[in-house]
Each structure stands twice: as structure tokens, then as C-alpha cells.
Design a protein around this ligand. Sequence first.
Ligand code: MRU
Length: 348
Amino acid sequence: MRTIWWEDGKVILINQKKLPSQLTYIECTHYKRVAKAIKTLEIRGAPAIGIAAAMGLALAAYHTESTTKDHFLKELTRAAKIITSTRPTAQNLFWAANRVLHKANMSTAPVETAKQEVIHEAQRMAEEDIHINKTMGTYGATLLDDGDTIGTICNAGWLATAGEYGTALGVIKVAHEQGKNISTIALETRPVLQGARLTAFELQHDGIDVKIITDGAIGYYCYEGLINKFICGADRIIVSSGCHVINKVGTHTVSITANHYNIPFYVAAPLSTFDPESRLEDAIIEMRNPREITEINGKQIVPENVLALNPAFDITPPHLIDAIVTEKGIIYPPFKQNYKKLFTKKSL
Ligand code: MRU
């Protein structure tokens, strides 16, 4: 299954807000519609919104009436600014927009060819994302054993990427394909319920045993010894601080609980999620609309005038993480040094 793709001058994406009850698609003919899809979580998950940014720029290139290179580059830069203003946390969004802009800026071709190059680059990035996730899954599957029960939070499956494998769920999926008997426990992931709606949908679709628990039940399941490994994705990994992992809110609680019970805690993320430049204190945690918490299906569930605070992500420090799986291999502590060594290594 693909999450997002280019088709005859349009970007088609699965409307994740409607899942699991309806599998519907959104046809975007303007980059601003892609930006809206990212902002409203019609498409979500760090690698997926990166590919959406690239596809949005492809749409901007497809529809531009610019006849000069200079004007085209200005238009593309303006579109990139609008697309990247949608969500502040996932590194992949900025990485992808920068990669497409760089491609256009470096092109020595005439403007019509440069537009085509941008469109091809976006499509190439979607294909690469799928390949990267499969490779990451192959590396990560070596951490999983027959009979494991794996805990996971949010959705780090194919819906969170360009399609087919996903990051953390890609690791589980490859282990399952290798014939290992893997069961999973997915945290529902309040307040948007990516775990209950999307992870459960994906794992069930792939024939992998999945049970849903409330986020607060994690301590109970660890105490009872019912989970023996955790794996999650990441939205941004801050290299300078030693690889703090920014991921869906609740991840940090899971990491502390796992650590307390000596349960391995793994992260799976492509290199496009690593932020080699920012300081930890500069990372922006997205604060979302409090109504995601105060309402269920449009019905107020919290007394009027009670304030709800809604950070979408939290920060897990490196000492709580046992390994980070990437498409170039598995990184063990000390993460910062070993991340740097990866760049001299060939991938699978
Ligand atoms: O708010 P979301 O649904 O975009 O948050 C997504 C996550 O936190 C995922 O765990 C993360 O992007 C990793 S996905 C491969």
C-alpha cells in the first residue's frame, strides 16, 4: 500500500483522519492543499509529511507559469515556506523541502527542464523512502526474536511513510515475514489515537497479532512481564546532545517504564530524521489545539473553561534508549559518536 503518490499532475494521498472506518483518498491539485493536509493530519508521520512536502513542491513546479529560472526559484521557495510552516517538529519535513529546493537551485537546465527535475525528484524521494524503510526493517529485525511481544506507540508504520513498510512497524513486519512469531501491544496514543486507529489497522491488515491498551496501562503490562521489547519511530533526533529522540507524546513515559523494568527500548528512524545542526533547546515541540483533548467526536468532555495543554511530542534522553535502527545499520551508545561513524559505512 502507498500513502501518497504523484498521478498526472496531481498528488493523491490517503485521508488518515477517516481511517480505520473509511479508506478514502484526497486529490491535491495545489501545493496549498498539500500544506492543509499536513497541518490537519490528513497525512501525518515524519517521513510521510517529508514526502508530502516534496510532492507539494512538485505541484508548485507543475503549475508554475514562471518563464525565468529566477522567478521559478522564488516561487518554489515561497511554496516551501508555506509547506514547512505547517508543523514545526518533524525534521523530515524540513529535510525534504530543502532537498527539493537544493535540486532546483543546483540545476543548470532551462526552466522547463528544471520544473520536470523537481517533479522527478519528489517521486524519487518517495521510492527511496520505501527502499530505506525495508532496509531499516531488515537491520532492525535482528533485534527481535521468535515469541517476542513488542510494545509500540503512535503509528510508525507504512501510513507514516511513503508506504509499504514504515519505520518501527517495518522492523516488526520484516521479523514477521522472516517467520518469527511476533505479537504486538499498541498504545492507543491519546489524544489523536494514531495507535488505536492506524497501528491496529496496519498490523491487522498484515496479519500480525495486535492488542490495544490505554496509554496509562503501560506500567501494568511491564509489571506483569507481558511486553518484552519496545520499538517506536521518531520525529527528530538531536545529534548535538547525544541523540535525544523527539517522538509522539507518551514516548518518554514508555522509555522510563521500560528502563525501570529492564525492557529494551529501541527507536527506528531514517537518517533524514536526524538533525545534525540544532541544539536541544532550539527544538520546537508542537502544541496542538486543546480541543483534541477536551472533545471526543465534537462533544465536550471536560468542564467548560478548564484549560487543556496539548504537546504533540516529548523528548526521550539517550540514556533511556538501547539502540537506534537506521537504513545504514543499528547505532548503539554512545549514539553521537557511532552516528558519525555510520557515514563511512555502505548500506545493505
Ligand atoms: O502527530 P503525528 O501523528 O504526525 O506523530 C507521528 C509520530 O510521532 C510518529 O511516531 C513518528 O513520526 C515516527 S513515524 C515513522
